[in-house]
Design a protein around this ligand. Structure first.
Ligand code: AMP
Length: 592
């Protein structure tokens, strides 16, 4: 397909505010693409070139893109800047200035993709210059509409207002004319974490006109693979111990550490590779992924070394571990708060950071063991592997203790113990539960002290936009901001609170800085916001904030149906994706 025709679809998608229509348009688009085109298009639709975990990044700032636009269309930089300031979107600027040039596009989706990939690949000295040159070369070959979208992609501002889930719905529509195949497709996506592969498999299947049963088998075979991250299982919450006991009568209680989620893959490419016997170098490969599936391997060398040690100690073919890594004070051994651990999420000065903020990794699950996919095994069986492997700590890898409890009293005692030891709370896990990748359900329930103090707990909410500052707060640039929950059923965001107090001066300043980076020129189509709450400025769904509130109430105004009383900001959650924010279901559960 020509990129020009692809862009025409993007334009139609951008113009609609109806999710059903978006799904329908995507489904129509997929019907016109080859499997490879479908794969590449699905990345582009999400403003990416590859799945998150492959870390393919453009590293092109708006400032550089302004230079590119000026160079491509022979306009003074000042004029591009001025137009950008007026419309708030460089794509729109390209659309305005390129339209004078007339049509001339012959590039296909694949060719544009390849060009963009080349731009992303440029790194090192002089790379900014080379990126500019390549981008300008690409834009010159494109018609205005294609230019508009191509400029937005590297800036991460495509703003089509949907996530992977809507793409899965569109595939389901292509297959059976409704959404009924989404759970099956989602299951495969959750273990492969690569939307492109799922699109390719489905389009291939459609092209070969095989039976649906065949596809079901094929998707079922998409199991875990060392090196390929699995979307992490998430925890729900319940309001008190009674509810927890009644929902999870056979439960294992674990401490909840307030660190960073680390999914550790350690494996041998070729088991017993011949020359490995003679070589001192290890043949064990390690990858560490964050909760968002970013590659953290270089940032946690001690975790990598320990994972290698584990594989060698037990002569394993491979393991995938789920764990929490938390930094501690090397002098006293006591844990540092989350704000310190997150400092380890840096690519530079790793050696120094490793000394200042060493981490201990608490392993609480195992998803793959020596060729066996353990996702469908009950937690108790998965834990028995862990009990063996980590009976003694290996390097920085420790076993997360788990206590089986039958009585509410025992749960309360454990909770008190962990909280007084400075931990965040407890995780309660159903012993016979499978590992449901990517799912937030009641297999795992988190319980923190805030839930006891008549405070309902904290919520991870997405910043949807903000309001101009008035009076004193004018100096911060933000007077109040609007936050929402993520509704995975509809792939949209519903409002829950307009927050105008509960931040320190520094937090207001930091919020403003964050907001400026994610400013959008208009409300996104998957933001369901009542007229009364329309923001002065809109934000891309990119910033998650942890908000504490005294109470949840029913609300006729907010589109989630709920509002928060006395909300205040606890912290910015850089480690969470907007699609991992609190859901309306969770809020509902807290109300009952
Ligand atoms: P939350 O971030 O509040 O949704 O809580 C879930 C997070 O707690 C997980 O994503 C883990 O990063 C972290 N966590 C800490 N301890 C545990 C544990 N024992 N089991 C599972 N997750 C844990």
């Amino acid at each position: 397909m020509l990129f020009k025709n692809f862009s025409a679809y993007l334009q139609r998608i951008e113009k609609t505010t109806l999710r059903l229509e978006i799904t329908d348009l995507l489904s129509q688009l997929f019907s016109k693409l080859t499997p490879t085109e479908g794969k590449l298009a699905s990345y582009l639709l999400l403003g990416q070139l590859a799945p998150n975990y492959q870390g393919v990044e453009f590293n092109l700032a708006t400032k550089t893109m302004i230079k590119i636009v000026s160079r491509t269309y022979n306009l003074p930089e000042e004029e591009v800047k001025k137009r950008y300031k007026d419309v708030g979107d460089l794509g729109e600027v390209v659309w305005q200035v390129a339209s004078k040039k007339g049509e001339k596009d012959k590039l296909t989706i694949k060719e544009v993709y390849r060009h963009l990939y080349q731009v992303a690949q440029e790194e090192g000295e002089g790379s900014v210059e080379r990126k500019q040159y390549l981008m300008a070369g690409l834009l010159r070959q494109l018609d205005p509409l294609s230019g508009k979208y191509v400029v937005r992609i590297p800036l991460g501002k495509l703003r089509l207002g949907f996530s992977q889930l809507t793409i899965l719905d569109a595939l389901s529509w292509r297959l059976v004319g409704d959404k009924s195949w989404r759970p099956l497709l989602e299951k495969a996506y959750n273990v492969r974490s690569d939307i492109g592969i799922i699109v390719e498999v489905v389009l291939n299947h459609l092209r070969e006109e095989k039976q649906l049963e065949e596809l079901k088998k094929l998707l079922g075979k998409m199991t875990v693979q060392p090196g390929v991250p699995i979307r992490p299982a998430l925890a729900s919450r319940l309001p008190n111990f009674e509810e927890i006991m009644s929902k999870l009568p056979q439960a294992g209680i674990e401490p909840k550490y307030d660190g960073l989620r680390t999914q550790i893959h350690a494996w041998r490419e070729q088991y017993k590779k011949r020359n490995a016997l003679f070589s001192k170098e290890t043949d064990v490969k390690v990858k560490i992924f964050s909760r968002n599936l970013e590659d953290l391997t270089l940032m946690f060398p001690e975790v990598k070394e320990s994972a290698i040690e584990l594989v060698e100690k037990f002569n394993l073919r491979g393991v995938i571990l789920d764990s929490e890594s938390i930094s501690f004070d090397p002098q006293t051994g006591s844990f540092f708060p989350f704000q310190e651990t997150i400092k380890r999420k840096r690519k530079y000065n790793v050696t120094k950071l490793r000394q200042q903020l060493p981490v201990r990794t608490y392993v609480f699950d195992i998803l793959y063991f020596n060729g066996e996919d353990l996702l469908t095994q009950p937690l108790s069986r998965r834990r028995s592997h862990l009990d063996e492997l980590l009976a003694k700590p290996v390097g920085c890898l420790n076993l997360t203790p788990q206590h089986l409890v039958k009585e509410k009293k025992e749960m309360e005692t454990l909770f008190d113990e962990y909280v007084s030891a400075g931990l965040e709370g407890i995780m309660v896990k159903k012993l016979d539960s499978v590992y449901q990748a990517g799912a937030r359900n009641f297999n795992w329930v988190k319980f923190k002290p805030s839930a006891l103090a008549s405070v309902e707990d904290t919520f991870d909410l997405v910043v949807l936009g903000w309001y101009q500052g008035k009076g004193k707060r004018n100096k911060f640039g933000v007077g109040a901001f609007l936050v929402g929950v993520y509704n995975p059923r509809e792939d949209n965001y519903l409002t829950i609170s307009k927050i105008g107090t509960g931040l320190t001066d520094n937090q207001w300043r930091e919020l403003h800085q964050h907001c400026l980076q994610i400013k959008a020129p208009h409300k996104l189509v998957n933001y369901v916001v009542p007229k009364e709450l329309a923001c002065d400025f809109w934000a891309e769904p990119a910033l998650v904030v942890e908000i504490k509130a005294d109470e949840i109430t029913h609300s006729p105004l907010h589109t989630s149906g709920y509002a928060l009383r006395f909300p205040r900001l606890v912290r910015f959650r850089d480690d969470k994706l907007p699609t991992q924010a609190t859901t309306p279901e969770e809020i509902k559960e807290m109300m009952t």
